[in-house]
Design a protein around this ligand. Structure first.
Ligand code: FE
Length: 432
């Protein structure tokens, strides 16, 4: 079977949020696309399997980017320093005009080929992406992701109010196109699936939300959206929905808040106590986007609190509100954001305050097993997990001293880039 083979290298993963497992120069056995086990000496019964010998390279689980705007990749690195980060300008100058280009399918093809080629050379194996409101371009993105071997959820975005000309649907069109897209894609690919995607409450009328809720139930597909990213956004939602107590209720009233189907809510920076209670007790994954939150408004979500309260937390690039596709960079930024948050909350000028930040172990866990749990047994090398693995050659950044495996991982989280990604396997298939 071509999905049964062995990788040799230094194997690293996080079985839980507080621990790394390290297996120096060992054998990782993949059997029929699943992790079979890790061995210091390869058992006799696997000796007939093909062995990819990566020497002492690091082998880590593939990473899950749980919040990415695929059509925004073109303007990555731009728009984060305009007019004191006035977000309406960011939308009108960059996000909306750029997303509008995806009505042109030949442009969409070029842009999505570039995005997915670049993604292939990162540590990311799975993505949960917003496409644009264009059905055909969304279907094309799903096709390209599938052809390149990714596992993904992709959303045709819904927007029937508060957008700009050229990037606005009528209510009827929005729902008809969504249904057509669901029909075309919900059973089309083995590993690339649709996800219902109201952009956020200000972009969607009550009629669209109700229609999406019905479609979500009929086709039994998960939901993703944005939640409590900014204070101005929360005030706007309150204005549009005066009867709600907190932002999340605007989704909950349409059963889109982790009651009927699994739900991903990006950001959750300014969630209230009531909202946090539901985030922690519902079938909701919080997609923490530290790079985007720091870039956009210098803020950071209370991730440690969410994790300690039992919420399901994962990480996202939020490209191109964030300026990177690298989940290694996002791990690094999650730790940095946690320090920033601690400095302006618990520390608050006290030089003797006890340090309490997101550790590397936990941040690595969020990027792998935390996001992977949305798919089930994904993001770890425990027996029976889907075989998503990335091989990293750290010789480019290594020094001339012996370093522990922990130090090698820490250094790669900080310093690695696409030059160091040597091989990649997704659902047991070698894709790079
Ligand atoms: Fe976003």
């Amino acid at each position: 079977m071509d999905k049964s083979y062995v990788l040799k290298g230094t194997i690293v993963y996080t079985p839980d949020v507080d621990h790394f497992a390290f297996h120096e120069e060992s054998y990782l056995v993949c059997e029929d696309g699943k992790v079979e086990g890790i061995y210091k000496e390869l058992p006799e019964k696997f000796k007939s399997y093909y062995i990819y010998d990566y020497g002492n390279n690091l082998i880590i689980p593939g990473m899950c980017d749980m919040h990415l705007h695929a059509p925004q990749y073109g303007f990555r690195g731009m728009g984060q320093n305009i007019e004191n980060s006035d977000w309406s300008s960011w939308f009108s100058r960059y996000a909306f005009p750029d997303e509008g280009r995806y009505s042109d399918i030949s442009y969409a093809k070029k842009a999505y080929e570039r995005l997915t080629d670049d993604l292939l050379h990162t540590t990311t194996t799975r993505v949960v992406a917003f496409a644009s409101l264009h059905r055909k371009a969304t279907e094309l993105l799903m096709q390209i992701l599938s052809e390149k071997g990714f596992a993904a959820y992709v959303g045709k975005v819904n927007m029937d109010r508060n957008s700009m000309e050229g990037l606005l649907e009528s209510t009827e069109e929005s729902l008809n196109e969504t249904e057509e897209w669901l029909k075309n894609t919900h059973n089309k690919y083995e590993h690339v699936k649709p996800i219902i995607t109201p952009r956020y409450i200000p972009s969607c009328t009550n009629e669209v939300m109700q229609g999406l809720s019905d479609l979500m139930k009929e086709y039994s597909v998960p939901v993703q959206s944005h939640l409590s990213e900014g204070l101005d956004e929360i005030a706007w939602v309150k204005e549009l929905e005066p009867d709600i107590d907190f932002y999340g209720q605007a989704y909950d009233q349409y059963d889109m808040f982790g009651t009927v189907v699994p739900t991903i809510m990006a950001h959750c920076v300014f969630s209230t106590e009531k909202e946090i209670e539901l985030l922690c007790n519902r079938n909701i994954w919080i997609a923490h986007c530290p790079n985007s939150n720091l870039q956009g408004s210098g803020t950071a979500a209370p991730v440690l609190r969410y994790m300690r309260a039992g919420a399901k937390v994962c990480l996202g690039t939020d490209a191109s509100g964030g300026n990177t596709l690298s989940m290694m960079r996002i791990i690094s930024d999650a730790m940095l954001a946690s320090k920033v948050r601690w400095a302006y909350t618990e520390r608050n000028g006290d030089p003797n305050a006890t340090r309490d930040f997101l550790p590397l172990t936990s941040a690595f866990y969020l990027a792998t097993k935390g996001g992977g749990s949305f798919w089930g047994n994904v993001g770890s090398f425990e027996k029976g997990y889907e075989f998503d693995a990335v091989v990293l050659d750290d010789s480019r950044v290594a020094d001339f001293c012996n370093r522990t495996t922990y130090e090698r991982v820490e250094r790669m989280v900080s310093l690695s880039d696409d030059r160091d990604v040597k091989a990649k396997f997704i659902c047991g298939k070698k894709v790079l």
